[in-house]
Design a binder for this molecule. Structure first.
Ligand code: S3P
Length: 452
């Protein structure tokens, strides 16, 4: 118990995961994180009202809503996952009276930077320790070449970012050095209010949710191959937006079901946009017993996915497919640990600048738990089939690392105890509860840290 002079700082969670037989049943996963951010941001700058259903109520997306409220946007909560956003349209945002804290969310910071560059107000974007260490020059540079006045630490490379917005941005022709939907989207959002056309070229396809949503909201953006063209001077029109289940969250359940011996799982209404669904192709190539059912289109392609226990084999993954599964690589590494043969993952150096250095942390934690994995500069080499002996692991404050380690624990031969599991709330609130409902042996133990 904390005394009067001591303070309990937040709740920390240890996730205890024990070997399990299988995942059985039918579930939904929470709304797509990338699409939820975009729905809120585009709704906020639209003319008229936007009604969003299936919005992901996780820490990252709630931070986007809080930043928008601080910019004068009215956000009405209508029920679970349902929001009405009153678009500011030509009125523009109000100058915030404090810094905008983007928490752990790179998408919030990078996309909002694009919008704020074109609003005639002063704003400062900051975030937690992880976000303040992540590269921001990739958005600052193209925005500056459009005429934006945006400044950051370390020669404009790191947050906090200070933005002196202007209504005088000019469209640009920009070649992305790396495929990045966050950078592409930041430029597209800035170019909505810029004079003249913007043309973006990517080296490989990155997720196209912004383009699809802009089109749905009446902005004539044209996307052909690796080129996106947007004429300046168009604001989106408020409308209805429905967010599908997040394939990045579904990936943890898919891999768990595949590696456990008695699984039969259906995940309903998951987004299967090909620029995001690389994990489905990889699992298929690994021999997973996976079927796409009930495919439909509602703003985005979506489907039910059935997966049963599978005998997986090693694969090689690299090249232009990497952006379509970048966030799923930690759990694909776990699938590889249970596959027959060797898996090599290359061309994924971007993993080093995510919420943590995911290449180094996964190599360290999987080694600790018994996996035969070696770290490469741009990925891993994993030899499958070794016995997972379990023990203690640490999620390094990264939601996807914690969940990947949890999946490993389900398929191991002893308990895996994961510290820092509160990070799961960044993208998948209810992860442990869902696993339990599907028959897995998972327990969350909360503890507080007492500071004097
Ligand atoms: C995201 C794009 C990807 C992804 C991130 C979400 C987005 O990042 O890893 O989790 O919503 O646009 P990059 O744009 O840095 O590749």
């Amino acid at each position: 118990m904390a005394t009067a002079h001591q303070k309990k700082v937040g709740n920390q969670v240890i996730l205890k995961v024990r070997p399990s037989q299988g995942l059985k049943g039918t579930v939904r996963v929470p709304g797509d994180k990338s699409i939820s951010h975009r729905a809120a941001l585009l709704g906020a700058i639209a003319q008229g009202e936007t009604r969003i259903d299936g919005f992901l109520e996780s820490a990252d997306c709630l931070v986007t809503l809080r930043c928008l409220q601080a910019l004068g946007v009215s956000v009405k909560h209508l029920g679970p996952g349902a929001y009405e956003i009153a678009g500011r349209g030509t009125l523009g945002f109000q100058e915030p009276t404090d810094v905008l804290n983007c928490g752990n969310s790179g998408t919030t910071m990078r996309l909002l930077a694009g919008i704020l560059a074109a609003q005639p107000i002063f704003s400062v974007l900051t975030g937690d320790e992880s976000l303040r260490s992540r590269p921001m020059a990739r958005v600052v540079e193209p925005l500056r070449s459009m005429g934006a006045r945006i400044y950051g630490r370390e020669g404009n490379a790191k947050a906090p970012l200070a933005i002196v917005g202007t209504q005088k941005l000019k469209g640009i022709a920009y070649e992305l050095p790396k495929a990045s939907a966050q950078v592409k989207s930041a430029i597209l959002l800035a170019s909505l209010l810029a004079a003249g056309e913007t043309v973006i070229r990517e080296p490989a396809p990155s997720r196209n949710h912004t383009e699809l949503m802009l089109q749905h909201l009446g902005v004539p953006v044209v996307s052909r191959g690796l080129k996106v063209v947007l004429p300046g001077g168009f604001l989106p029109r408020g409308s209805e937006l429905s967010v599908p289940g997040d394939i990045s969250s579904a990936a943890f359940l898919l891999v768990a079901a595949a590696i456990l011996p008695e699984s039969d799982l259906v995940i309903e209404d998951v987004g299967i946009n090909p620029t995001r669904a690389g994990v489905l192709y990889v699992l298929k190539a690994m021999g997973a017993n996976l079927e796409i059912l009930e495919e439909k289109w509602q703003g985005e392609p979506r489907a039910d996915i059935r997966i049963r226990s599978s005998r997986l084999r090693g694969v090689e993954i690299g090249g232009s497919t990497i952006p379509s599964l970048i966030d799923e690589l930690p759990v694909i590494a776990v699938a590889a640990a249970f596959a027959e043969g060797t898996t090599v993952i290359r061309d994924a150096a971007e993993l080093r600048v995510k919420e943590c250095d995911r290449i180094a942390v996964m190599a360290r934690e999987l080694t600790r738990l018994g996996v035969d994995i070696s770290e490469r500069s741009d990925g891993w080499r994993i030899k499958g089939g070794r016995k997972i002996h379990g023990g203690e692991a640490h999620g390094a404050g990264d939601h996807r690392i914690v969940m990947a380690l949890a999946v490993l624990g389900l398929g191991g031969s002893n308990e895996v105890s994961i510290r820092g599991a509160e990070a799961v709330g960044i993208s998948y609130p209810g992860f442990a509860k869902t696993l339990r409902q599907l028959g897995a042996d998972v327990e969350e133990v909360e503890y507080g840290i007492i500071h004097s």
